[in-house]
Design a protein around this ligand. Structure first.
Ligand SMILES: [Zn+2]
Ligand SMILES: [Zn+2]
Length: 146
């Protein structure tokens, strides 16, 4: 897990733009990992995945809106505050809202070749429960409004 401000790292000039928010995420992350320390797998991991997603999204949005410098963006990716694999997917059409990379990994999914949360709601029966096994996502198809 990335650490906030240590002496050995040099911080980009505009790090203060994101510092406070990153501390919040860090705190949130600590709370959920404390809670789930005894159970490691499956659902216990969802909150961690969700925070991971939120933090990556936050950084990506700032970068897109040019609110942070490319230097800071690169730094945050290198320091693992943001997940470059996820961001690379978000840049592709149809994946703008992808919840986690596990969802599009070709493997056994409950709904064909992709995770059920990737299937547009309009293509599913209404009663069907949508929930991704990896992160608990309830639907991240680009055609769904959320
Ligand atoms: Zn999803
Ligand atoms: Zn997922």
């Amino acid at each position: 897990m990335p650490k906030i401000k240590t002496n050995r790292t040099r911080y980009p000039k505009d790090f203060n733009v994101v510092e406070e928010k990153l501390m919040e995420f860090e705190q949130e992350m600590r709370e959920v990992t404390d809670e789930t320390a005894d159970k490691r797998k499956g659902e216990a991991n969802w909150p961690v995945m969700q925070i991971h997603h939120k933090r990556t999204r936050y950084i990506f949005e700032l970068y897109k809106e040019r609110k942070i410098s490319p230097e800071l963006y690169k730094f945050l990716v290198n320091e693992k505050y943001a997940d470059p694999t996820l961001i690379a997917k978000w840049k592709k059409r149809g994946y703008e809202k992808l919840c986690c990379v596990q969802c599009i990994q070709p493997r056994e999914h409950t709904y064909g070749t992709t995770c059920i949360c990737r299937v547009p709601k309009s293509q599913l029966e209404e009663s069907k429960i949508i929930q991704c096994n990896a992160c608990g996502c309830r639907g991240c198809s680009s055609s769904d409004t959320k």
